[in-house]
Write a protein that binds this ligand. Structure first.
Ligand SMILES: Cc1cc2nc3c(=O)[nH]c(=O)nc-3n(C[C@H](O)[C@H](O)[C@H](O)COP(=O)(O)O)c2cc1C
Length: 452
């Protein structure tokens, strides 16, 4: 069974003993993110902060940082998630309107909203322009067809009812805004925080333009998404979310937004971007605010899953796929296969390189290599790759398209790090029987510290 609300997901993590509770007072300015960074470099557990300066709300982060959690939220396991999500492509399930929505337990009207007070002021990177909503999903309807789109867009919290956000075509939200603006009309939007997990995934996916992402989320979670009419805009919003900021993106208005530290660890510098004015803020009475560090493990796990599904769809007809990983970043991937021929590896390399626009490098490894473990993958590159014949280079083909960094992302390369067929039966990878059963704490007790 899928987990259909952010709150239920936190409860599920807590019941397993995974959720790390932070009771002490924490500043939302850099301290919260510093704790998160240490957690992501270490055990990578989800975090729930109970005492964040300046807000009565609790703050959750690193919630979807593990592949197991992401799969479980869809009622799946890490082994089944790629083929099953590929099979669910194109499926939709109509939403259900409910009368009593937890997300509307508190309603703050437009004149009373101060986003610099009502939303936790989490500041992430050193040079960020200030507090941003970093785990907010914009819901909007195509002004021409009424279809719902969901997308993640960072949002700068300015103050009062005012926020700034970048939304540019080809992103679907940017296309909606451009269409509304062409008619001199504001675009009604709802910024959803603490959304149902399936909606978070739909928002990270490149779903075809005319597919409805609320209905897609319903199909992905195996039950209709529970929605409620927003209070001040003509939109349905998820009834079980933690917080929704309703409002309009103003036509023909741009203000300076940024800088903001983005997912590749550099900054998106100041740009003249869109202005979002709130008309209501609704939330649960004990709302839990969600934030995501751009480029941290939660962000990369979410976006990585979408990339892995795309690659899986394309390479599955070519080879038996053990798994696909995106260790380190999401501008490349590692495909682990049950290799049957050298030509098959070549076909997987060529296909995976074009499976997603961002794909800058591909590594193909044998099924005994863990594609999520960067050390194991590099072991395969060191030990099994023959650079004279094992590389495929596509010069001049762009990958990540953002203007300020496009020169860095020119050309693609694929690496065959599988054992050549002629050597398969001659060179064994050694194994250490029983290693996986050893628990070091059963052996190391540090009592006999003396070396006498
Ligand atoms: C946590 C998170 C934050 C993101 N922030 C942004 C953002 O600020 N701007 C952006 O263009 N894309 C952002 N993305 C990527 C979009 O979700 C992605 O482009 C999405 O597929 C857009 O879908 P659409 O074209 O259907 O609107 C973010 C993704 C995640 C997971």
């Amino acid at each position: 069974m899928a987990i259909t609300s952010f709150r239920d997901l936190l409860a599920w993590l807590d019941a397993r003993g995974d959720l790390a509770h932070v009771g002490r007072e924490v500043s939302p300015r850099h301290e919260l993110v510093s704790v998160l960074r240490r957690m992501q470099k270490g055990p990578n557990r989800p975090l729930l902060f109970g005492n964040v300066v300046g807000t009565p709300l609790r703050v959750a982060t690193n919630v979807l940082a593990r592949r197991e959690t992401l799969a479980a939220s869809l009622g799946l396991t890490p082994d089944t998630v790629l083929p099953e999500m590929a099979a669910r492509e194109g499926q939709v399930r109509p939403w259900t309107v409910v009368a009593d929505a937890p997300v509307q337990q508190v309603v703050v009207p437009a004149e009373a909203i101060d986003v610099a007070r009502d939303v936790p002021q989490v500041v992430h990177s050193e040079r960020d322009a200030g507090a941003y909503v970093t785990a907010g999903i914009f819901l909007a309807r195509d002004p021409r067809t009424g279809t719902y789109n969901a997308s993640w867009n960072r949002t700068q919290l300015v103050g009062g009812d005012r926020m700034r956000v970048r939304m540019m075509p080809p992103q679907h939200l940017g296309q909606y805004q451009a269409a509304a603006e062409a008619a001199d009309a504001p675009l009604p939007v709802a910024l959803v925080i603490g959304a149902p997990p399936a909606l978070m995934l739909a928002a990270a996916s490149k779903i075809p333009y005319d597919a409805d992402e609320l209905e897609t989320a319903g199909a992905w979670q195996g039950q209709s998404l529970r929605v409620v009419p927003a209070k001040t805009v003509d939109l349905m919003v998820p009834a079980d979310a933690e917080m929704v900021i309703e409002g309009h993106v103003l036509p023909h208005v741009r203000e300076e937004e940024g800088p903001f530290g983005e997912f590749m660890d550099s900054y998106v510098e100041v740009g003249r971007n869109h202005v979002f004015r709130a008309t209501a803020l609704t939330r649960r009475s004990d709302a839990i605010y969600h934030c995501i560090l751009a480029g941290g493990t939660e962000d990369l796990t979410l976006l990585g899953l979408m990339l892995r599904i795309e690659v899986h769809k394309r390479v599955a007809p070519l080879a038996r796929i053990r798994d696909i990983g995106t260790p380190g970043q999401i501008l490349g991937c590692v495909v682990a296969i049950e290799k049957e021929s050298d030509a098959q590896v070549r076909a997987v390399m060529e296909t995976a390189m074009t499976a997603h626009a961002w794909m800058k490098f591909v590594v193909v490894v044998d099924a005994d290599v863990d594609p999520h473990d960067a050390d194991d993958v590099l072991w395969a590159v060191h030990v099994r790759c023959r650079p004279d014949t094992g590389l495929l280079h596509l010069p001049g083909v762009p990958s990540f398209p953002r203007k300020d960094v496009e020169q860095l992302h020119m050309g693609k390369v694929a690496i065959d790090a599988t054992m050549p067929m002629v050597l398969r039966n001659g060179i064994d990878r050694r194994r250490f029987p029983g290693t996986e059963k050893i628990r070091l704490e059963d052996y190391v007790d540090d009592r006999g510290r003396s070396t006498d």
